[in-house]
Design a protein around this ligand. Structure first.
Ligand SMILES: [Zn+2]
Ligand SMILES: [Zn+2]
Length: 353
């Protein structure tokens, strides 16, 4: 596991077996993601796919440009894909007829791409059926778009579209193709759907997505299993429901949210409405909530616990660490768990088992 970035200004993590590499979320610009991969010693050319937890800006900012640049498939749930398309497509230009046209063009582009190359990690069966269902399911694109275009940060600048020059700088495509892609910011080399609760695989990595309580269309955490090692990723959740506690068993490396200190959030700079959102059942996990999970429900099996999605405004790394250490310290058998903190501005050293 290599955490490239974690926090409300961008999230992205590489999960790799010896044969397969996937990127979970692409919440920084393509350029910055490539830069961080270079810093962390990860070769972007070896990525097999991108997985998306949910459509908030801090998880998808560089998604389309990076996927196009690397020509790799993106795995979403269908509601997340649909929410993402709506977010990137201004309402005025997206009538139902245009959506059907969009789906048709995407279908043709993917068929061409699949015909050109069939990487082992792509399961193409059912793609056409999915697309047909999708075009039927979406009767209109509505005012939800504005509401959906949110990030986990109250900083409004994050909600702006990615720098238009990004595509130029990040993409080696010929100008003609670039112009076409610019016209359709939602174009992806390939899309695959997964469902929360249903295991699937990419290469030799088995992936079990699980639903998390968060204010997005269909947000998921993941358990990854390969070569007898299990890693899990659970950030962006308002509380710890039973299904998440159950999913986080027998994990060797656990990336877990420790978003805010309750007092700092209460006294901090966020507007009242944003404070309410963060604190809600579909917001973010506090240091206390994380500690409570570690003390009461966690089975103690992880060699590494990575605390992530720390708020820069409403948390301090020392507070998050202390809180988790105290929780583990209350169970003497768990003192062997190593705690590291994932940050916003620099990648963590790769965690290898
Ligand atoms: Zn989120
Ligand atoms: Zn987030």
């Amino acid at each position: 596991m290599t955490v490239l970035a974690s926090g409300s200004k961008g999230n992205s993590t590489v999960i790799a077996s010896s044969r397969t590499r996937v990127l979970v979320d692409a919440g920084l610009s393509c350029r910055e993601l490539l830069r961080r991969m270079a810093v962390a010693g990860e070769d972007p050319a070896r990525l097999d796919a991108i997985l998306v937890t949910h459509e908030h800006q801090d998880h998808i900012a560089g998604l389309a440009v990076l996927a196009r640049r690397l020509k790799i498939p993106v795995f979403f749930t269908e509601p997340t894909h649909r929410a993402w398309v709506r977010m990137l497509t201004p309402r005025t230009t997206m009538t139902y007829a245009k959506w059907l046209d969009h789906v048709q063009r995407e279908k043709e582009a993917r068929a061409t791409a699949i015909a050109a190359s069939t990487p082992t990690c792509i399961q193409t069966a059912g793609l056409a059926a999915q697309l047909a269902a999708q075009s039927e399911a979406i009767a209109s694109v509505s005012a939800e778009a504005a509401a959906l275009n949110r990030s986990d940060d109250s900083n409004i600048t994050l909600e702006l579209p990615v720098d238009p020059d990004e595509e130029e700088l990040c993409s080696p495509e010929p100008a003609e193709q670039k112009a076409e892609q610019k016209a359709d910011p939602t174009h992806l080399p390939a899309v695959e759907y997964f469902h929360a609760g249903t295991r699937f695989s990419i290469g030799d990595i088995d992936i079990t997505p699980f639903t998390i309580p968060h204010d997005a269309a269909d947000p998921c955490g993941f358990v990854f299993e390969a070569e007898g090692i299990r890693m899990a990723l659970a950030t962006d959740l308002g509380y710890m429901p039973p299904n998440v506690k159950a999913a986080l068993k027998r994990i060797d490396v656990l990336l877990l949210e420790s978003n805010h200190d309750l007092e700092m959030l209460r006294d901090g700079p966020y507007p009242w409405s944003v404070k309410q959102r963060v604190l809600s059942r579909v917001g973010h996990l506090s240091n206390d909530a994380t500690a409570e999970f570690l003390e009461k429900d966690y089975d103690g099996g992880a060699s590494w616990i990575v605390l992530g999605h720390l708020s820069e405004s409403n948390n301090a790394p020392e507070l998050a660490r202390l809180s988790a250490e105290q929780a583990l310290g209350n169970q003497p058998t768990l003192l062997g768990n190593r705690i590291v903190l994932a940050g916003q501005s620099v990648p963590l050293d790769p965690i290898t088992l």
